[in-house]
Design a protein around this ligand. Structure first.
Ligand SMILES: [Zn+2]
Length: 463
């Protein structure tokens, strides 16, 4: 007797041999996958409480978004087509600086619903300011049933790259307090919700922390056996700052600060030079590629195929509402797969299969769940998605991975299972009142604008 059997599916296992099973099945008991194989073998073997007929559908490991700003879902469209400094200092930071835990909680609910509905089952939150309400947000993750590493933002300087005092007053936090709060949250939430919630250290970008403080972050993350995530080399000013102040490249600087290891995710990595790839490979850190954000903010092109060739682990992330402006990993996969082909004038780089690996197994390696996630194999955690292929834009099927990466979008995800529980079925989220959240966003979603007296609209006349 098992809890769930998904049968008659095209199963994309992402196992070491990268097998794809026609008329395949997956059996789930509690929160684990107990068997994967052909339907004709799995069905007679197990009696299931719930059997999902997945005829015409794809079953894949849940997607892992390694760079998310939960609090920015409410800031969608707040800073389009602006230069980075105006984007940050005139819009994003001041708006986030008005947040109360109530606003942070609403943004987190909206963001989690959007992620689940587009196939993300696990994510890394890049750094929560205390004013967003860490406890309330962790409560949202617990209730909705998604898997997450939630990072608390840590800082003890006010700079951002080579811009001193870049952090607006309402977003400034002090070193001692951010460290105390992070350790408190680690004690309170790390490993909670059946080990579905982890707490990480969200170190601010160089310019936001002293070397001594980075070392303290590294030491405490190691002591608590948890991860660190940091924006690194997102903008060109970032490398200028490290070169001017420390005469180092970004990864030399990270090594100098002790912020290296398999438990570290460097978001963006646009301006990480080739010289640093060896340090990345040897210290086994992960670069999280965020192509939509890098393109929209004109940050540049991260050298992703070059990093992969050098043996660096590269995952994928959607970043946030003002930079992307959505949290759909399927759309992100397509961008990642196509942008480097044109940049390098080489259509053979980053094939669809490699990009799907970035969003699954590579992402899993970057998380502390590591070997437990990322593929559909016996003994792994039951985080998986079902994608409906019976759509005009998804037929005919020659290569299901090609259709999934190049032609699908988040709206094609039909069913989501996380930690063995059906969180969404037939596109209906079962764990949260989606309509209620949308209604509340309609009523209160522009609270940050109102608090700042901003009136953000189209540049065209709106009558
Ligand atoms: Zn970010």
């Amino acid at each position: 007797m098992v809890d769930i059997v998904l049968a008659h599916a095209t199963v994309v296992t992402m196992n070491a041999r990268r097998e794809i099973l026609r008329n395949g099945a997956v059996a789930i008991e509690n929160n684990k996958i107990v068997d994967v194989g052909k339907t004709e073998n799995i069905k007679p073997k197990y009696k299931a409480d719930v059997e999902l007929d997945c005829t015409g559908k794809l079953v894949l490991p849940g997607l892992i978004d390694c760079h998310v700003h939960l609090a920015q879902a409410l800031l969608r469209g707040c800073a389009d087509d602006l230069s980075l400094v105006s984007w940050l200092q005139e819009r994003v930071h001041p708006m986030q600086g008005t947040y109360s835990p109530k606003v942070g909680e609403l943004s987190a609910k909206l963001c989690c619903i959007e992620m689940i509905k587009s196939g993300t089952t696990c994510f890394i939150e890049s750094g929560l300011h205390w004013r967003y309400g860490f406890n309330e947000i962790a409560g949202v993750v617990d209730a909705i049933g998604i898997r997450a590493a939630l990072s608390k933002k840590l800082m003890n300087l006010r700079g951002y790259a080579d811009i001193p005092d870049a952090i607006v007053e309402s977003m400034v936090e002090d070193g001692e307090t951010t460290m105390r709060q992070t350790l408190e949250m680690v004690r309170k939430w790390h490993g909670k919700a059946n080990n579905r919630i982890h707490v990480w250290f969200g170190a601010r970008t160089p310019g936001g922390c002293t070397v001594k403080f980075y070392r303290k972050i590294a030491e405490n993350a190691r002591k608590n056996r948890t991860g660190i995530t940091i924006h690194l080399g997102e903008v060109q000013q970032d490398i200028k700052y490290m070169r001017r102040e420390f005469k180092m490249t970004p990864m030399e600087f990270m090594q100098h600060c002790g912020v290296v290891g398999p438990h570290v995710i460097y978001a963006h990595g646009v301006w990480i030079p080739q010289k640093d790839f060896r340090i990345l490979r040897e210290t086994k850190g992960t670069v999280c590629h965020c192509p939509a954000s890098n393109l929209k903010l004109a940050s540049g092109f991260a050298p992703i195929p070059e990093m992969i060739k050098a043996g660096v682990n590269v995952a994928l992330g959607c970043d946030g509402g003002p930079s992307n402006n959505c949290y759909d990993m399927i759309r992100e996969m397509k961008l990642a797969a196509i942008v480097h082909k044109a940049r390098l004038l080489d259509p053979e780089v980053l094939p669809a299969e490699q990009v799907l690996a970035m969003a699954t197994v590579n992402g899993a390696r970057a998380t502390l769940w590591g070997e437990e996630l990322g593929s559909l194999e016996t003994g792994k955690l039951a985080d998986l998605i079902v994608v409906d292929q019976h759509k005009p834009h998804l037929v005919p099927v020659r290569n299901p991975i090609s259709n999934f990466v190049y032609a699908a979008n988040g709206g094609d995800v039909d069913t989501v299972i996380i930690d063995g529980k059906i969180i969404m079925q037939g596109r209906k989220v079962k764990t949260l009142d989606e309509e209620g959240v949308l209604e509340k966003v309609r009523e209160e979603g522009l609270t940050p604008d109102k608090r700042l007296g901003l009136n953000i609209s189209s540049s065209w006349p709106v009558r």
